[in-house]
Design a protein around this ligand. Structure first.
Ligand code: NDP
Length: 395
């Protein structure tokens, strides 16, 4: 029996709240707080309708540490589950440290005025969290999250040494909009327009944005073009897998998405620096976000599937081995269960499981952790039971 405080009432927030509500034996009390109270109210109604449970809701500006501390002191949760934006990671971590409450998130910190994300800012909390006896679990969505756990599971059961990892993320769904992003548009476009980067033989190698690509036959989907990108789990996996020689991250995009993105970039709509407009400053990407559909609104007519997994190569008993592990998620099925599309679903389910691992004591520790540092087995068993079954093959 425990109380969880969820911060962020977007696409992922809706799924994680609903999935927590499905397990009252662990999540006996749920508080959902976000910047816009109406969005919390809408999720509350969805939980009442689908799970016949009530939750508490609150308004909070998660950029403000004092407001967060007051909320945590009033709610007295056992865990704070952060599914707001990466910009809020450090303020929420500060508030958790001040109140001695455990912390979990799904995306690493990113400063608003610089399109750069890395774990350094959050790893720097290690000593303070350890000293306070508080636990922070970072990156517990699908990628980062399940992809890291797939690697930990492969290392434990199928390899003596892992030498190469390719993480491959394919969304072959169609939401019916000319252009929309599946998670927060601002964060998504910052990520996709950044320079690519991968790690090989101890060095980071940079590439021009989306310049390296190749086709791959995704099970249950078919052949899709996938593009090399930098993604945050590369940084923590390099740190935690000592025999690794190369790791890359690939994501598929439709021609339609790429054409829209190119036009928006060419006309300056993806800029994150302020420009003057009619006597006031606006940030073009923030303005664009206001025009695009909310990720939480995409579910109803979404058709098709996602496939996210890891291709892993290494050595077992002195012999080379190649292993592929992946999950396939259907947008329409995700919508039927949670009223959300598959990207929110594949992020919200692992976040709920990570919270369950912490609250039931199966994953414990004082300090700041990435998910691959814990025993993958109970998480993998829970994943299959909680709506994200996985498939493994030896090639
Ligand atoms: P949304 O934009 O749908 O939701 C974000 C929510 O955070 C909104 O409800 C927003 O409120 C709220 N929020 C923003 N700023 C504040 C603030 N200052 N105080 C309080 N609440 C705030 O995004 P998603 O749900 O799609 O994504 C949520 C998180 O999940 C992101 O960090 C994203 O990067 C991460 N993610 C991780 C993935 C993974 O696999 N690891 C995959 C997909 C997403 P308002 O509506 O009022 O703006």
């Amino acid at each position: 029996m425990s109380k969880v405080l969820i911060i962020g009432a977007g696409g992922v927030g809706g799924v994680v709240t609903l999935k927590c509500a499905q397990d009252p034996s662990v999540f006996s009390d749920i508080v959902l707080a976000s910047r816009t109270l109406e969005k919390c109210q809408a999720i509350r109604r969805r939980v009442q309708e689908l799970e016949s449970r009530d939750i508490e809701i609150a308004r909070v500006d998660a950029d403000n540490v004092d407001e967060l501390v007051s909320l945590i002191q009033a709610a007295r949760p056992d865990l704070v589950l952060n599914v707001a934006l990466p910009y809020q990671d450090l303020t929420i971590m500060d508030a958790c440290l001040a109140t001695g409450v455990d912390y979990l998130d799904t995306a690493n910190y990113e400063p608003p005025d610089e399109a750069k994300f890395c774990y350094k800012w959050q790893w720097d909390y290690q000593q303070r969290y350890e000293k306070a006896g508080v636990m922070a679990l970072l990156g517990c969505g699908f990628d980062p999250g399940v992809t890291n756990i797939f690697c930990a599971y492969a290392a434990r059961h199928h390899f003596d040494e892992i030498h190469a990892i390719d993480i491959m993320d394919c969304n072959a769904g169609d939401h019916g909009h000319p252009f929309a992003t599946n998670f927060n548009p601002e964060i998504n476009i910052r990520e996709v327009t950044a320079r690519g980067k991968y790690w090989e033989k101890g060095e980071w190698i940079e590439t021009d944005p989306l310049s390296v690509h190749k086709p791959f036959d995704f099970p249950e989907i078919g052949r899709r073009e996938m593009y090399l990108m930098y993604h945050e789990e590369l940084e923590s996996i390099v740190r935690h897998f000592p025999h690794l020689r190369r790791i890359r991250f690939w994501m598929t995009f439709s021609e339609n998405y790429l054409t829209h993105l190119r036009v928006l970039e060419n006309v300056g709509m993806t800029r994150i620096d302020p420009v003057m407009y009619e006597g006031r400053e606006i940030v073009p990407l923030k303005f664009l976000k206001a025009l695009l559909p909310e990720p939480s609104s995409l579910g109803e007519n979404y058709r098709g599937k996602t496939n996210i997994g890891c291709m892993i190569e290494g050595i077992k008993d002195g012999r080379p081995r190649k292993y592929y592990i992946y999950n396939v998620c259907d947008h329409a099925e995700a919508y039927r269960e949670t009223r959300a599309q598959a990207i929110s679903y594949t992020t919200g389910v692992p976040a709920m499981i990570g919270a369950r691992m912490m609250l039931t004591g199966r994953w414990r520790g004082a300090g700041v952790f990435n998910v691959e540092q814990f025993d993958p087995d109970p998480f993998m068993a829970d994943l299959a039971r909680s709506g994200l079954p996985w498939t493994e093959t030896f090639l």
